[in-house]
Design a protein around this ligand. Structure first.
Ligand code: ADP
Length: 499
């Protein structure tokens, strides 16, 4: 309604000359004009076809301007009244303004004076209409926002996994019912307190706090965190920074997944494997020993073919015995019952002994196997020596197995900051990049023309990785097919056993 042509102006005056003069001027300004010769007629027009502006003469026969003004005001409509004060005094104009008139124009007036007053009134009407439109839009936006928020709230409340949001100070500002349940909190636990009032796990609290303060730029860098809020309950927390429109960190979003069933299944599986392996080990060892006895008795007495068959059977039982041994080692690692007898270990001495022990195996393939002792003695570390023997025994045996006859294997050890860095390098078959990621998976073995006849279980490297993890260390591998591989193990000088 901001279009000038649509402004309806009513002129109420008993003087015909004033009415027609105003009509002409206002029509030329683009207004739609209606005339009324007295107060009653004017009120009828107002009733039938609400004008935006009324030009109202104060002094008229019948009901006078002041009364018409009062009736217009009592309607409560948004009509601007400009009073025309003729021979009346200025006080009348002031009184009319007090009673709600918008403006006044004294008689006689020039066309310009009329135009100025009406233009001002039209501008006011326009501004009022704009303000109304804006207010309506604001109301609608607020309503939409409210609907959107309640929709999101419903979704968050019905999510099956726990979810909470913190601000930059680590105060929990949102928490869904699944989260309260996961953390064993009462259903009516309110938000608004620091994270450590809800979660009794220092490492998780500091991970969430770091994320909330924007210390982790990329969500991918934040490792999932496993913790146990109570006996027999395991949760996996994944944190993610919440970013504002300009990329600034506003807090953290944390998702809690109940992984208790997975943990129980994993434990049952390990227990089952351990039990089966344990039951199989003794009879297999007996069969193996008896086959060895029979074979030694048979030499020169039975056909060579029969001897060959029994030798194959003996080899196979030996393979099964190592598989069972590996499975039992893995179960022990999974149940956390390894590395339990830490002692101070001089790593260079332990490595020299393992290299000595495996020298015969390397020599049988015409390989050179050497240990380059460090110039300075390494600091002793407190670990379970059996764990270290298993790690480096496996890595060096692999290097011998997966290196051609006449190849070279070198073991080095050095002190590197908070770690001991031990490397096993060979110039053997190497590993293709596509296999590199998988060699630490259980039962994964690279199958090609060169490895086909090498016996193995595919459990050696998973055992190595499990043990290195248990020592709080790190294992990496670099390899080039047909050129060789280097396995690097970093072991903290202060191992978890020291803590
Ligand atoms: P296994 O030796 O019993 O097969 P591992 O878990 O020890 O099982 O090793 C997995 C696979 O990784 C091996 O089958 C082999 O293909 C590859 N691999 C391990 N060490 C080396 C190495 N030093 N050089 C080349 N390949 C290797």
């Amino acid at each position: 309604m901001t279009n000038q042509a649509s402004f309806h102006v009513l002129v109420v005056d008993d003087e015909e000359g004033i009415r027609s003069g105003a009509d002409r001027i206002l029509t030329r300004m683009g207004c739609r004009v209606t005339q009324a010769a007295n107060g009653n007629d004017g009120l009828k027009v107002i009733d039938a076809d609400a004008p935006a502006i009324v030009l109202l003469d104060m002094k008229m026969p019948g009901i006078d301007g002041m009364e018409v003004l009062q009736r217009i005001q009592s309607l409560g409509r948004e009509i601007l009244v400009i009073v025309i004060t003729g021979y009346a005094t200025l006080e009348t104009a002031v009184e009319a303004m007090k009673r709600g008139a918008y403006d006044f124009i004294p008689k006689p007036f020039t066309p310009d004076q009329l135009r100025i007053v009406v233009n001002r009134a039209m501008e006011t009407v326009r501004l009022r209409q704009q303000a109304e439109t804006l207010a309506r839009e604001r109301e609608r936006t607020l309503l939409d926002l409210d609907r959107e928020q309640s929709r999101l709230r419903t979704i968050v409340d019905f999510l099956p996994s726990g979810l909470f949001v913190t601000n930059t100070e680590g105060i929990i500002v949102l928490m869904n019912p699944a989260c309260r349940q996961a953390l064993n909190l009462a259903a009516d636990t309110a938000t608004g307190r620091h994270i450590d009032a809800y979660i009794d796990d220092e490492r998780l609290c500091s991970l969430v706090l770091d994320t909330s303060r924007g210390r982790h730029i990329d969500a991918e860098d934040i490792p999932p965190y496993e913790f146990s809020p109570s006996d027999n309950k395991f949760l996996m927390a994944r944190c993610q920074p919440v970013r504002g429109a300009n990329g600034q960190c506003l807090g953290a979003l944390v998702n809690l997944m109940d992984i208790t069933t997975l943990k129980v299944l994993d434990r049952l599986k390990s227990e089952f494997v351990a039990k089966v392996s344990h039951e199989l080990r003794s009879p297999l060892a007996t069969i193996h020993e008896q086959l060895a006895l029979v074979l030694s008795d048979m030499i020169g007495q039975v056909p060579e073919n029969d001897q060959h068959l029994l030798s194959r059977a003996k080899e196979k039982t030996q393979g099964l015995i190592s598989l069972i041994g590996d499975l039992l080692d893995l179960s022990r690692i999974e149940s956390g019952t390894v590395c339990h007898t830490p002692k101070p270990v001089q790593v260079e001495k332990l490595l020299a002994d393992i290299v000595d022990f495996l020298q015969a195996q390397a020599r049988a393939k015409g390989q050179t196997l050497e240990f380059a002792a460090p110039d300075e003695p390494l600091p002793p570390i407190k670990v379970d020596p059996l764990a270290l023997e298993s790690i480096f025994g496996n890595l060096i045996t692999n290097a011998i197995n997966y290196t051609q006859e006449g190849g070279q294997i070198r073991v080095t050890a050095e002190h590197a900051g908070p770690h001991l860095r031990i490397q096993v390098t060979d110039n053997g078959f190497g590993i293709e990049p596509r296999h590199l990621e998988r060699i630490f998976e259980r039962f994964f073995r690279v199958k090609n023309d060169r490895t086909r006849f090498i016996t193995g279980t595919g459990l050696g490297l998973p055992i190595v990785k499990g043990l290195v993890d248990a020592l709080g260390g790190l294992i990496q591998v670099e390899s080039t097919p047909d050129a060789g591989s280097t396995f690097t193990v970093l072991i903290p000088v202060n191992t978890p056993a020291d803590a």
